[in-house]
Design a protein around this ligand. Structure first.
Ligand code: SF4
Length: 324
């Protein structure tokens, strides 16, 4: 059955200017996101995984235009977000909400949780107080919080409860897509599982679509139907979670996965230790960005940047080992 693409990201770029000298002229660019393409289908969870600094969070923020893209297209529900005016984009954000790693940083300590959750409703056409209260209470309960908890302040909540508030705040506008950026990274493992279960329950109940960004391969595997692996601002491998975890093709994905423990205590997997550091995104290698650390690098890798190659309709790898 054909699936609907809710989000289509095409050749997305986000470069940050580097300025130097007395006149603060532009002397270069940090290529945080460089030519990244992927789609997210209606009702699925696409996980984006990679080490810190790989550009995954910048990708999420650029999709929402919290950061303006340097190039590329972001089509959401058939609309190119990059072409929308600021006002039209503000209205569109009703449909795309973000859940952050540390909701506490963005929760106003002087407002009750119910006020925080309902804050966005008047700007989107709901101004009746009773209706705001009804929607807030319904959303609190949906997220496993009580109406009474809604009368409390953020400092009275644990980390897991605060993340529930963050999710409730994202849900109140009934979005179609949620971009969750490291939503459980700051939580204890047992609480992480509760929040992941909550996100999965909400997806089943409300038909939500998630773009789930995390550095944690195990968490991403648990929640995602498909997974994209990023390195130094570029997408390295993208496909079904089942295939990617069972049979990773890209040398970088192979190295990442070799570091996570196997469920079977008798099974053995050789750990691939990567040499060297991640190069600077201000001066990425000319060919394959992974070449300086890749145990399988060939001459061509240093000169020519590999493009995403499709294995099947929906499985792609950017590596010369698989170039046709
Ligand atoms: Fe390694 Fe070359 Fe593939 Fe890059 S293109 S991952 S350097 S084999």
């Amino acid at each position: 059955m054909a699936q609907n693409k809710l989000l289509e990201v095409m050749n997305l770029k986000k470069y940050f200017e580097i300025r130097g000298g007395l006149l603060k002229r532009v002397t270069g660019y940090v290529k945080a996101v460089d030519d990244v393409s992927f789609s997210v289908y209606q009702g699925e969870t696409l996980g984006i995984v990679g080490e810190s600094g790989c550009g995954k969070s910048t990708t999420g923020r650029t999709i929402l235009r919290l950061l303006e893209p340097t190039g590329g297209q972001v089509c959401f529900d058939g609309v190119d977000l990059a072409k929308l005016s600021r006002e039209a984009m503000r209205r569109k954000r009703k449909d795309i909400q973000m859940v952050f790693q540390d909701p506490y940083a963005s929760l106003n300590p002087r407002r009750t949780v119910a006020d925080i959750i309902g804050e966005a409703l008047p700007a989107h056409g709901v101004s009746d107080k009773q209706e705001i209260t009804r929607q807030v209470n319904e959303t609190l309960e949906l997220c496993g919080l009580t109406v009474e908890q809604g009368r409390r302040y953020p400092h009275e909540f644990s980390g897991g409860q605060r993340q529930r508030v963050g999710i409730a705040r994202a849900l109140i506008l009934q979005p179609k897509l949620i971009i969750a950026d490291e939503p459980v990274s700051a939580l204890d493992v047992s609480i992480q599982a509760q929040i992941i279960n909550l996100l999965q329950d909400l997806q089943a109940k409300l038909g939500l679509t998630y773009l789930f960004i995390s550095h944690d391969l195990s968490v991403v595997r648990h929640i995602s139907k498909r997974v994209g692996v990023m390195y130094l601002g570029r997408m390295m491998e993208l496909g079904s979670a089942e295939q990617l975890y069972a049979n990773p093709r890209h040398p970088y994905t192979q190295a990442l996965l070799s570091a996570i423990p196997l469920a079977d205590p008798l099974a053995k997997r050789e750990r691939i230790i990567l040499e060297g550091d991640v190069p600077s995104p201000a001066n990425p290698p000319q060919g394959c960005v992974f070449a300086p650390r890749c145990p399988k690098a060939m001459d061509v890798c240093k000169a020519v940047r590999p493009q995403m190659t499709s294995f099947t309709n929906d499985y792609q790898v950017a590596c010369h080992l698989y170039s046709k």
